[in-house]
Structures are given as structure tokens and as C-alpha cells.
Design a protein around this ligand. Structure first.
Ligand SMILES: C[S@@+](CC[C@H](N)C(=O)[O-])C[C@H]1O[C@@H](n2cnc3c(N)ncnc32)[C@H](O)[C@@H]1O
Length: 246
């Protein structure tokens, strides 16, 4: 089993990855981000939607929303979150490596470092090609990851995240493969027991992800340092790449 196919990983680390604070910030981003200000009625695909932090807020903005994820338990959480919010969202269980819906969307979103998971670099390019295929003409793809330049400024310092129930998560990042890839080791400590997991993904510089978009057929490729549309620089928290299907 590949690490990303392990449903228990996403579920066990959900309290830190998909915290209430992140849900709030996702709703705030959707309400205010110039990058997420699509025309009313836009057909939006949230690719690797997880428990759906962005889904109900996107639906509330009047978009026609579809969430795709490989994990059944994550989609269950997304379903119940959307139901609770009264949001009408279509959910599909699928692998981003193979999922396409030709010309079905105006926007494809892939957020919170849900890209670069495949060991073969061509497979990651295929995900961008699939997104291109799924976009209607003039549609756009937005990918949001932790940029290589950003990570370089703090790599090596482990982080500890305290959770409301008294447990905590230690996160340690290790770059390898000549700075091509990143392994994030997580340890969840609850009382006297510990649960560990590792996530491995490609690490992209702005130029590398830009060029991957171009290789997948995207035009007008732009780089941002956050959902506020700011420039990508050494103070950025995120690397966001946007490309259009011409
Ligand atoms: C880091 S989480 C991000 C979730 C969501 N985008 C968010 O902002 O909270 C990554 C998600 O990608 C999903 N995933 C991992 N591999 C996948 C694949 N090959 N195809 C589709 N989804 C995948 C996981 O199940 C998980 O829900």
C-alpha cells in the first residue's frame, strides 16, 4: 500500500491537519481571496478535497461544487460537513492519477499540499494533464503547496502542535533525493502511546511547478505567495500556481 492510500493516516492525524482553526481559515479564504473569486455559478472541482473544509464555503459562494478524494472515510466526513452546512455538493471517490471528467469544470483546485504524492514524477505531471482535460476552455487550475524556497528557510526545526484533548503531534521534515523530495514524519502522542506516520511528496520550486504546468498544456501560468494574491517571495507561507486552459 502506498502511504497516501492509508485511510487511517488521514483519520488519525485529522485533528491537526483538518483542525477547527483550519476550517475557519478555509471559510475565510473562500470568502475573501481574489484567487477564489470565480464568476457566480462556476463549476468548481476540489481535487483531493479531504474532509471538505473548502466544499461548503465554495457552495455558499454560489459555485457548483464537486469534491474528489481517494479516501472513503474523508469523503464521509465531507458528506456530513456539507449536510450540516446545507450545502449541495457532489462527492466522488477517485484517484487523482486517473480521474478526468472532460471539460466538466471551470476551475480545478488542489490545495493544502495535495500534489506531488507519486514516486514517479511523470505521474504527478499526469495529474496536471488530467486537470487540463477536465477543464472547459478558459478554465483554470490552482495548485497550492509548500514551496521549496519557503521550506528551505525553516527546514530542520521540528514543530510541535498541541491538540485540544491534551495530545500533541511532533512534525519533522526531511529533504532527500537531492532536494527533489520531502518526507514529513508525524508522531501523535496521546498519553503514553505514540502513533507514527510518514508522508512523502515532491518538493517544487516556483520555477519547477511553473514548468510542470506548461508541460501539461497550461498557458498564462502565474505564481503567487498566498491566497491574498501576493507575490511569491522569501516571506511567503505558500506557493500557489495558477494556469489556464486556452
Ligand atoms: C493534505 S490532505 C488535504 C485535504 C484538503 N485539500 C484540505 O485542504 O484539507 C490530502 C488529501 O488527499 C487525498 N488523497 C491522497 N492521495 C490521493 C489520490 N491519489 N487521489 C485522490 N485523493 C488523494 C487524501 O485522502 C487527503 O484527503
Amino acid at each position: 500500500m502506498k502511504w497516501y492510500e492509508d485511510d487511517s493516516l488521514w483519520s488519525d492525524f485529522a485533528p491537526t491537519m483538518f483542525s477547527a482553526a483550519r476550517a475557519e481559515s478555509a471559510a475565510e479564504l473562500v470568502a475573501t481571496s481574489p484567487l477564489l473569486d470565480f464568476p457566480s455559478g462556476a463549476r468548481v472541482l476540489d481535487l483531493c478535497c479531504g474532509p471538505g473544509l473548502f466544499l461548503a464555503p465554495l457552495a455558499a459562494r454560489g459555485f457548483e461544487v464537486t469534491g474528489v478524494d481517494l479516501s472513503g472515510p474523508m469523503l464521509e466526513r465531507a458528506r456530513s460537513a456539507c449536510e450540516k452546512a446545507g450545502a449541495d455538493v457532489r462527492l466522488v471517490r477517485a484517484d487523482m492519477l486517473t480521474y478526468t471528467a472532460p471539460e466538466a469544470f471551470d476551475v480545478v483546485l488542489n490545495v493544502f499540499t495535495s500534489f506531488g504524492y507519486f514516486d514517479d514524477p511523470d505521474d504527478n505531471l499526469q495529474v496536471l494533464r488530467n486537470a487540463w482535460e477536465s477543464l472547459a476552455p478558459d478554465g483554470q487550475l490552482l495548485v497550492d503547496v509548500m514551496g521549496k524556497e519557503v521550506l528551505a528557510s525553516w527546514i530542520g526545526r521540528p514543530q510541535v502542535v498541541d491538540l485540544p484533548d491534551g495530545s500533541y503531534v511532533v512534525q519533522r521534515d526531511v529533504v532527500f533525493d537531492s532536494w527533489r523530495r520531502l518526507r514529513t514524519d508525524w508522531t501523535l502522542v496521546r498519553g503514553t502511546s505514540a502513533r507514527t506516520a510518514s508522508l512523502t511528496s515532491y518538493l517544487y520550486s516556483a520555477a519547477e511547478l511553473h514548468d510542470l504546468f506548461v508541460a501539461a498544456g497550461f498557458a498564462d501560468v502565474e505564481i503567487f505567495g498566498g491566497f491574498d494574491g501576493s507575490a511569491y517571495d522569501n516571506h511567503s507561507r505558500r506557493l500557489i500556481v495558477r494556469g489556464r486552459k486556452k
